[in-house]
Design a protein around this ligand. Structure first.
Ligand SMILES: O=C(O)CCC(=O)C(=O)O
Ligand SMILES: [Fe+2]
Length: 360
């Protein structure tokens, strides 16, 4: 019998990894196949550290616009750094959110070094604000990055086990040391802070592209995040204290042959007079340096559970490119979200795919 569609997001208890692993793996398997989203509680990232992360996040967005623009994405081909409200596009509409994208610190290719593959332009130093204007920001964000990567790696091993694979089956093949994993700090203004024609799209309906897992910290106790169940209805994912929201990226969905589902979600701007909503997202990436083939070894009874009839409001832009060349896909995806940066640093690619700054 088909299980009924979800009307809330399950909460998994990471303590059970030591106290009752079979239960955890069974709950996780259900969440992967039937929901694509779950909360985790009793994770190892301390509450006090998350408070410090929230303080640095609000501190960054509270900086004068001219300071934030010193870190603007437009200064680098990596698509790291700040983007102002309305700069990002999802589903051909402007998103009402400001953000600061970061990654593990990696060197940029040297100017005269020949770049073998286009995605190598995505790696490079973060565009930090000066430590005089925001002391401790860089250290806190990099510490969050380290902790989130440890946590997502632990979760990916559990995902493999939940699908009947050995714990390293996904990490060993699809993640390499020193690759880039990206994250972002986000601010969604309340609707009374927006222009009348801006609407309330904080971020439009989308699936997280190409990554394996997203770990999301909801830093404000405000509504906004919604998850589309597989019949097409929008389900609220409210902030739950001391948890992370975890969701499946299209990369993992592809690599496990559709057994774990990359569920569509969106964020609405907060209601009037409630102030801004802040969140912090970490995206565990898959390697970009070669074509990736789906994992072997999934049992027929696991493959049989896969959903075939998911209703989604998000598209599958460039998904064929992902299968052929994940690195090119990553660049195209960045270009289509941040078109001014794309047109400046990747003019030929943008033109080839009909992406212009004014295009919607
Ligand atoms: O801010 C949120 O709650 C979700 C953000 C999100 O889905 C994304 O940036 O991919
Ligand atoms: Fe997302």
């Amino acid at each position: 019998m088909a299980s009924p569609d979800f009307d809330s997001i399950p909460i998994l208890d990471l303590n059970q990894a030591t106290t009752n692993k079979q239960q955890l793996l069974s709950d996780l398997r259900h969440a992967l196949i039937h929901v694509g989203f779950f909360y985790i509680k009793n994770h190892p990232i301390p509450a006090a550290f998350l408070q410090a992360l929230t303080a640095q996040t609000t501190g960054f967005f509270d900086l004068p616009l001219e300071e934030k623009h010193k870190s603007d994405k437009i200064h680098s081909p990596t698509f790291l750094g700040y983007s102002t409200q309305g700069n990002e596009i999802t589903k051909n509409k402007k998103d009402n959110r400001e953000q600061f994208d970061f990654a593990n610190e990696l060197p940029a290719p040297a100017p005269n070094e020949s770049v073998q593959r286009i995605h190598e332009h995505l790696t490079g130093p973060n565009l930090w604000p000066s430590s005089d204007v925001l002391p401790g920001f860089r250290q806190t964000i990099l510490e969050f990055h380290r902790q989130a990567l440890d946590l997502s790696s632990e979760l990916i091993s559990l995902v493999a086990e939940a699908l009947g694979l050995h714990p390293g089956a996904l990490l060993d093949q699809y993640v390499v040391p020193g690759q880039q994993h990206r994250g972002k700090l986000i601010k969604y203004p309340a609707i009374d802070q927006l222009h009348q024609d801006d609407g309330d799209q904080g971020v439009g309906a989308h699936r997280d592209t190409a990554s394996l897992l997203t770990i999301l910290y909801q830093a404000s106790d405000l509504p906004g995040l919604q998850v589309q169940n597989h019949a097409g209805h929008w389900i609220d994912a409210p902030a739950v204290p001391n948890t992370f929201v975890v969701n499946i990226g299209t990369g993992l969905e592809y690599l496990v042959r559709g057994v774990a589902v990359a569920t569509t979600h969106r964020v609405l701007n907060p209601p009037a007079r409630r102030g801004p909503r802040y969140s912090v997202a970490f995206f565990q990436g898959a390697r970009l340096d070669r074509k990736l083939l789906p994992v072997d070894g999934l049992a027929p009874e696991v493959l049989e559970l896969r959903k075939v009839d998911v209703v989604t409001d998000s598209g599958h832009q460039f998904s064929q490119v992902y299968r052929e060349d994940p690195g090119l896909y990553a660049v195209l995806n960045r270009i289509s979200s941040h078109r001014d940066v794309g047109v400046k640093y990747y003019p030929e690619l943008a033109q080839k795919h009909g992406i212009t700054v004014g295009s919607t």
